[in-house]
Structure formats: structure tokens, C-alpha cells
Design a protein around this ligand. Sequence first.
Ligand code: B12
Ligand code: SF4
Length: 468
Amino acid sequence: MTFSMDILLTHGYFLYEDPKELQIMKPYPPLGILYICSHLRKAGLSAEVFDSTFSSRQQLWDLLRKGPPSVLGVYANLMTRSNVVEILRVAKASGWRTVVGGPEPGAYVEQYLAAGADVVVIGEGEITLEEVVPALQAHAFDKLDQIDGIAFRAAGGTVMRTKPRAQIKDIDAQPWPARESIDMTRYVEVWRQHHGMGSVSLITARGCPYHCRWCSHEVFGKTHRRRTPASVADELEWLMNRYQPQMAWMADDVFTIHHGWLFQYAAELKRRGVKLPFECISRADRLSPQVVETLAQMGCFRVWIGSESGSQRILDAMERGVTVEQVQTAVALCRSAGIQSGMFLMWGYEGEELSDIEATVEHVKKSDPDIFFTTVAYPIKGTPYFSDVAERVASAKPWSDSSDREFAVRNRHSRQFYRFADKLLRSEVELRRLGQKPDADDTSLAELRRGIVEARAGLQATISEVEA
Ligand code: B12
Ligand code: SF4
């Protein structure tokens, strides 16, 4: 990597240090910093990316210490906080000027500044960095107050926040992510080796206008901007020619959000004779029969649906804007079109009672998705859900060593309670599946029934245990 650069961009995700991720082995490139990199290059700045995914922190430390120091930009999300804090520490000790951005720092401005960031970028990074980089290079800290969309510590130590940065109007005019600045082939290869299919990712839009109370809107607010179908098709075709993937992940928040756009995009791919299997995320209410049929024709093989709960009362409390029946219908539609469905479920949202947990179990049994994942709700700072429970949020560890995922919400049921909820769900769903097979083995069925009895007894036994 050459060192006469205006900015080095990196992120705090080290795949080889994460035993869980090593089992999953489904890495995707950090599109945010790649978008920033291509933008800054187009603006005439020399930008490089140190992609931590396949590297070690020692390699990054060596690079930072070797210098010469310039400006370092680090992407941070809630999972990478402790790594980013360490990166900032090493960078500052080696004389770098530092900027952080991404979905987390805007919610923790004071903490990131205290951890060594000279500037926190709030919202989209492209235009803001175009202005921040020359200012930091020139050590013109007194000019920072003229740059929109940032927070920094002014002389005297007070934290200053400037006006919000206006969003980029025409996202199609932006250059595509600078994938050539990282070892993109390795991502595709890792996928191919572990899953038999090389995969690439791309986004077709920025921002989601819905308002699920636990979801972070830190970067794009509740806006929505789309690319044109032709531009997305161009990028997909380029990716196919350049990396020969067997599949793609459309990494949008809600790929099916705009039906008119989706039909145009499908027509564009058909006109070009382009078809690449893909997976995507959708809301259940954005999956009509025509949409599902179109997805199938385009090569979609799996749709991930945020189902969250089988209790309408809880979905309404989340302001999810979706009904339990819509989720069940969406899964059935996918099945009939030959598309797999994956469900995300959440335990422990405010107000959830045992009866809501039972409703979720019934809902998953009835829907019968191909795969489902559960998580215990965690309040991300900056979300309405966080504000709802802020007075009861507690962290056992210091900020720099923890994440919002580890928050305990005082007076909520204990972790053990939700482990029983999980066991109940998994055993009930498995029993239903196995019970439908004529050759089901009696011992396995008996074991699952035992598991269900144990889980229900566990739920009763722990119902009065709460998080402290
Ligand atoms: C794709 C995706 C994933 C993918 C892949 C990530 C990847 N490598 O691409 C996978 C499935 C792995 C994933 C996992 C997780 N994700 Co995710 N993911 C997304 C998603 C949908 C799109 C990311 C993306 O490409 N965005 C497009 C680019 C253009 O936006 P961007 O990255 O935000 O970048 C812009 C700005 O942030 C800023 N910026 C970015 N980097 C930098 C750096 C500097 C220096 C500066 C100044 C600015 C800056 O400028 C960029 C361009 O404008 C986002 C939601 C979203 N729409 O962004 C959630 C999101 C980032 N994920 C989120 C979460 C919670 C997770 C998980 C914790 C989920 C879980 N329970 O396991 C894990 C954590 C994984 C990890 N170890 O880091 C949250 C993060 C919330 C937070 N406060 O941190 C988000 C925001 C979803 C949400 N609305 O809640 N995720
Ligand atoms: S959870 Fe999904 S649909 Fe809801 S606001 Fe977030 S991105 Fe939008």
C-alpha cells in the first residue's frame, strides 16, 4: 500500500478473530467506505482502504506506525466499537488525525471524541469527508465549524455540532463502490469455498421510510432515495463479468419497497438477458403475489422477512406496520413460488408476556419458514426503543469494551427465561416438521416432546427472574 495518501479508510471488523463468524463464513465487503473511497478519488483526493476483514490488527498497527501519518477514517457500527476504539488509540499515538463515521458514532459523539476521534461524521460521509480531509491535513481545526454534518471538540474542549449535512440528491451520479481497492476476489472465493457459490453484494437504494421503533436510522434518517433500474443492472452486469459470482445479495433494507421500480428492474434484466440468483430482505407487506412471482422470475432464491413476533400486540408496540397474517401469507407465497423464506424473530420487546411468546411459537409453526433466527431485543442508542427504556438500560462493562447488544434492560425477564423461550420454539417447530414425516423416528419425537415440557417448566420457573 502506498503511503502518500490523503486518507486511509478502514473498519473494525476482523473476521479471523471472530469464532462465530468463522463458522458462518459469509463475509461481504464494507460498502460504505468503498462508496466514500470512490467519491473522494473522483474528487481528486488520494484515498486507500485497509480492509480489516481478512487482515489482523497487527498488520494495521504496523501500517499505522510505519506512517507517514495522514488522515485515518474509520467506519464503526455497534459490533465493532471496541476494535474501533483501539484503532483510534494506535492511530493517535502514531500521529494520525482521525475521523469516525457509520451508523454508531452519531449516537455516541462524546464517547468517540474522548476515545481519540478528531471528528465524528454524522450521516452520509462522501461530501462531508471531501471537506474534512483537507481541513485536517492542514491542521485547520478552527475551520471545522464551517463544515456541515460533523461534531468535534472546539478549543476549550466543548463539543461542537454543526448543521446537519444535506443528503446527496442523485445517488446515481455517485461512482460505484471502489471494490478494486480491496481484495474483492477473496470475498467471492471464500463464499465459493464454504458455500459452493461465490457471492457479491450491492445496494439499489439508501434509507428506509418506515419507523420500527428499535431500528437505527442514524445515517439516512427516514428518507428513501433510489437508483435507476438501468444503473443497478449495469453494476450487476459489471460484477458478473468481473468476479463471476454464482449469486448476489441485494443488501438494501427493504429490496421490495417500491413495486413499480422492482417491475422496471426485472424488465431491464430480462431485456439484457441477465439473471443471477440472489437473496434479499423484504417486509411482509411488500410481498404481493405479483412481487413474489417477479422475484422468482429474476432468480431470487431466498427472501428474509423481519417477522419479529407472532403477537399483533407486540408488532403494534414496535410500530412495525405489519400484521401476523401478512407474514404468514408472505411465507406461503414464497413457498408456492419456489423461494425459500428466512425469518428474523425478536424476544423480550417491551410488554411481551408469556402469552405473546406462545403466540410467536404458534405463528412460526403455522408459517413454517425454511429457516429462522431469534435474538433478544437490544436497544440501540438513538432509536425510539432506546428512549422508551433508557432509564432501565444498564451495562456491566465500560462503554469502550461493550456494545449496545449487551445492554441489560432492568426488570425485563432474565436471559435464562429467553433461552427457555428459544428451546420451546425450536422444539415445537421441529416436532411439527418431524411429526409430518411418515417415517419419523419415535425416539426423536419423544425427545422433542420432553424438550417442550422442560422448556415450559423452565419458563414458569424463571418467569419472576428479571435482569438486574
Ligand atoms: C448489509 C448490512 C449488513 C451485512 C453486511 C455488512 C457489510 N459488510 O456490508 C451483515 C448481514 C453482515 C450485517 C451484519 C450486522 N449488522 Co448490518 N446492515 C447492513 C445494511 C442493511 C446495509 C449496509 C450498507 O451497505 N449500507 C450502505 C452504505 C452506503 O451505508 P453505510 O455503510 O452506512 O455508509 C455511509 C455512512 O455510514 C457513512 N460512513 C460509512 N463509513 C464511514 C467511515 C467514515 C470515516 C466516515 C466519515 C463516514 C462513513 O458514509 C457512508 C456513505 O454515505 C445496514 C443498514 C443500512 N441501510 O445501511 C445494516 C446495519 C449497518 N446493520 C446493523 C446491525 C445492528 C448489524 C448486526 C449487529 C446485526 C446482528 N444482530 O448481528 C451485524 C453486525 C456485523 C458486524 N460484525 O459488524 C445496524 C447498525 C446499527 C448501529 N448503530 O451500529 C444497521 C444500521 C441496520 C439498522 N438499521 O439497525 N449487516
Ligand atoms: S426494520 Fe426494516 S422496515 Fe423497519 S424501519 Fe428498519 S429497515 Fe425499515
